[in-house]
Design a protein. Structure first.
Length: 665
């Protein structure tokens, strides 16, 4: 795992010495992504430069140094990621004089032999890279199929910039750091800034599965409006943006040509493809382990790892002492059953709160998924023992694991037939009871509820249900369930909510079941823009490489061939994945309500974080900074402090922006 950055200045006015200094500074800004080695490559005559920071995982020798030049001298690459099937690719490439056994060298040989566009589909792995073609003077940026590894790019004062993280771009001389207020509205809606937008105007995120090609005519000028980046394909003189792999195509084809075996055969085949992915991702020249929460997804990955290992797998879990926020006991039970070498750390509130001041630098742009805190802590714990850790992320998106996947249709069937006036009256009745009172009523009924059907934060969920009572369609319900602030354009001064791939009808997949449509939408936006960002920045912040076996594209493609009934059954998700897990772990150890990786943010904001939050949310400060309309923010802050409502997530969206702004001005 690594980090890279670079620039292409068509004016070529920098001397080689100055270019080298700038590239070194850009690399130093993301040194945490690669503390083991650094390098720069430049061609002052063209104005192109690449910088690289290396975290050595495969081929620890100098033969893996980057930027790396191909044997012919035609291609130069800076690469972040892992190509798990690179030994197979070497066999396909035939006998040649290899300098080492790094996957970077394999990629370059593939580009020279097959071409870039023919090599990308052959690669199994996670990656982002910048490739300079010295012969044709073409710059190519590409990102892995599902978006595990980040890649920012953009045009700034006539120079084309690119990097794994924004902090590398900010040190470029003269960088214009103009806040994209439209992106702030998306933050308030989704608690992250979805691709292709970033917090800065003129800087964009490359979408998963995409390849951006720049020829000489496109080096210096952005070909589209800064506020309207393309959400799909784009071609102009000198600039080409296309998808070399499309999840929409995978989903549609998979459902048109579903797996036609028996249920048992489907379970066996799923076990086979996931096992294959796990085995390929256990290859490492450095210590390796796994993050274990004790839920279905991470337990499945750890179970398959342990079955493929002759030694106990190292597993890591973070626990909290607060009731309702601790899953460490479940992880410990799973680890004991599987026989792993388990490490758990119970974190005090003070230790968790100490992470918060570091979040703006860690995440680099405003990001407000509060599970970022425990994710960082478990990554920090794992890094004390290993350099690589496998995780169970994306099981929900592939196998229908989120509550919305099986509740949205159920809700619509129950309320859709009622006139809107009746639904609105029912919504008012639900809201007339405070969330805390709903929680009290639920606690009285809990003993009579089966364990797997129990849930948490009933009061807030009841109030959210009231918000969707007047929805006109299932699509509207889904959008409400994904949203924090209902009208973020009213909160951000001078901002409006721009279109995203979720609201762009051209990106919608043609799928028969609405549950599958929700899973697809989550996989193209929530997964790469929230979940994978959270994991990448938290882990790379402590120089830990994370790998996600469920995101092997062969697992993804098989999952989309499975009928909905093998994923969602009897009102519960991940049926088929559970059947795989039950071969290794008794169901009573993992059958429980989905809790998520949460922290007691609501009480923290009323207690130890109150003074910090009040300073960031002060009315005079909000007015002076001019980004937010203070009135609605001050209103929900007062309601939260009084205990009238729990506005933790809405407030965290604003607080994470405010904290980021304070750190970057």
């Amino acid at each position: 795992m690594c980090g890279f950055s670079g620039f292409l200045d068509p004016s070529a006015i920098m001397s080689p010495t100055v270019m080298g200094v700038v590239l070194s500074r850009m690399g130093a800004a993301i040194a945490h992504r690669g503390p083991d080695d650094s390098g720069v490559w430049l061609d002052a005559g063209v104005g192109i430069g690449l910088s690289h920071r290396r975290l050595s995982i495969l081929d620890l020798s100098p033969a893996g140094h980057q930027p790396m030049v191909s044997d012919s001298g035609r291609f130069v690459i800076s690469f972040n990621g892992e190509i798990y099937n690179h030994p197979d690719l070497r066999q396909q490439l035939g006998v040649r004089a290899w300098h080492g056994h790094s996957d970077t060298e394999t990629m370059l040989a593939g580009f020279e032999t097959w071409g870039v566009e023919q090599t990308l589909p052959r690669m199994v792995g996670m990656f982002a890279f910048a490739l300079w073609d010295r012969k044709d003077r073409i710059l190519i940026l590409a990102r892995d199929r599902v978006g595990e590894k980040p890649l920012y790019f953009g045009w700034n004062r006539g120079t084309f910039l690119f990097a794994s993280e924004l902090k590398a771009l900010r040190v470029y001389p003269g960088f214009e750091a103009e806040i994209n207020r439209n992106a702030v509205t998306l933050l308030l809606r989704h608690n992250c800034i979805p691709a292709p937008y970033s917090i800065y105007r003129g800087i964009f995120k490359l979408s998963p599965g995409a390849m951006l090609t720049l020829r000489q005519e496109g080096f210096g000028v952005c070909p589209w409006n800064f506020d309207s980046p393309p959400l799909g394909l784009f071609h102009s003189k000198g600039v080409s943006l296309r998808l070399y792999w499309s999840l929409r195509d995978v989903a549609e084809k998979g459902q048109l040509h579903p797996f036609n075996g028996t249920e048992n055969e489907a379970v066996d085949e799923l076990e086979r493809v996931i096992t294959s992915a796990v085995e390929s991702q256990q290859i490492s020249d450095v210590p390796l382990g796994a993050l274990l929460s004790g839920g279905v997804d991470s337990s499945t990955i750890v179970a398959l790892m342990q079955s493929n290992s002759s030694r106990p797998v190292k597993t890591f879990t973070i626990g909290f002492c607060e009731a309702g926020y601790n899953e460490a006991e479940y992880a410990k039970a799973v680890a004991w059953h599987l026989g792993t070498d388990h490490t758990e750390l119970y974190v005090t509130p003070d230790e968790a709160l100490a992470v918060i001041p570091h979040l703006p630098a860690l995440y680099d742009e405003p990001f407000s998924d509060s599970s970022q805190i425990p994710t960082f802590l478990v990554s920090q714990l794992a890094r004390q023992h290993v350099t690589v850790a496998l995780s169970g992320d994306s099981g929900d998106e592939l196998f229908g694991g989120y509550n919305r996947h099986f509740l949205t249709n159920a809700i619509w069937r129950k309320i859709g037939w009622l006139p809107v006036k009746c639904r609105s009256a029912l919504a008012r009745s639900i809201k007339s009871v405070s969330p805390s009172r709903w929680n009290q009523l639920y606690s009285l009924a809990t003993p009579a509820i089966p364990n797997i059907m129990r849930t948490t934060q009933v009061g807030e969920k009841a109030h959210k249900l009231s918000d969707i009572m007047a929805a006109s369609s299932r699509e509207v319900i889904y959008h409400i369930l994904l949203s924090h602030w209902k009208s973020p354009g009213d909160i951000v001064v001078g901002g409006y909510e721009p279109p995203t791939i979720l609201t762009n009808g051209n990106r919608r997949a043609m799928l028969a079941e609405f549950e599958h449509q929700m899973m697809y939408s989550d996989a193209i936006s929530y997964l790469p823009d929230d979940i994978l960002v959270k994991v990448d920045r938290a882990a790379m912040g402590v120089s830990l490489e994370t790998r996600v076996p469920f995101l092997d594209h062969r697992v993804v493609e098989f999952a989309w061939r499975l009928p909905l009934g093998l994923k969602i059954r009897n009102g519960h998700g991940k049926w088929i994945l559970r059947q795989v897990l039950y071969k290794y772990v008794p169901k009573e150890l993992v059958d429980r309500p989905k809790a998520g990786f949460s922290v007691p943010l609501d009480s923290w904001l009323r207690g130890p974080l109150r003074e910090w939050a009040e300073a960031l949310l002060a009315e005079d400060r909000l007015k002076r900074e001019g980004v937010f309309n203070p009135e609605p923010i001050r209103l929900i802050w007062a309601e939260h402090l009084s205990g009238q409502r729990n506005w933790q997530y809405h407030l965290w969206d604003v607080l994470m922006f405010q904290s980021w702004l304070e750190s970057n001005t």
